[in-house]
Design a protein. Structure first.
Length: 178
């Protein structure tokens, strides 16, 4: 299954979900913030209790989790600011690179331009990989929400798939809850 998202945060979360709940639970460092309406400072006992409760909650979630499965190499992110500019490109075109360069123009030239180019080149590479795998029978599962970059990215990719003129490509859409 090819997993497709339209922002890097969703991509990271999806990679985590693939194996969340597998193996032995390992707790990490937990920080909590406690505030009292009267402005008084929490006691060490209150902080310890809050940390313990949070760790117990996380452990229960781990135990109940059903890993999604798959491999991180199956996750493709198109983090290309789809809500800005035209999404009519029939690929990841130069128009998208121009949009990214404009958005990153607030950074110094030696930072913004290379970052835009890197996102653009990765998107081209990802699109080629997806097309090859889809044409070899793998299913595309696209995760999206009503967040503007995600819904615009979904429309862009669905339009692109239609232009490939391959009716055997299988697509599953997963709309995330609000």
């Amino acid at each position: 299954m090819i997993e497709i998202v339209f922002n890097d945060s969703a991509g990271g979360s999806l990679k985590l979900a693939q194996h969340y709940g597998e193996g032995k639970y390992c707790s990490g460092a937990v920080g909590v913030i406690i505030s009292h309406s009267d402005g008084s400072k929490p006691t060490k006992a209150e902080i310890k209790t809050a940390q313990r409760e949070y760790e117990e909650k996380e452990h229960r979630a781990w135990e109940k989790a059903v890993p999604l499965g798959g491999d991180s190499t199956d996750v493709f992110s198109f983090n290309l600011a789809w809500s800005v500019g035209s999404i009519a490109d029939s690929s990841v075109g130069l128009e998208r690179l121009t949009v990214l360069e404009r958005l990153f123009s607030t950074y110094p030239e030696n930072v913004g331009k290379p970052a835009a180019e890197e996102l653009y080149q990765l998107a081209i590479k990802n699109l080629d990989a997806i097309r090859n795998r889809a044409e070899n029978g793998e299913t595309l599962r696209m995760w999206y929400s009503n967040q503007p970059d995600e819904i615009c990215g979904l429309y862009w990719l669905m339009n692109l798939l239609e232009s490939w003129k391959n009716s055997s490509i299988k697509v599953v859409l997963v709309k995330l809850s609000e």
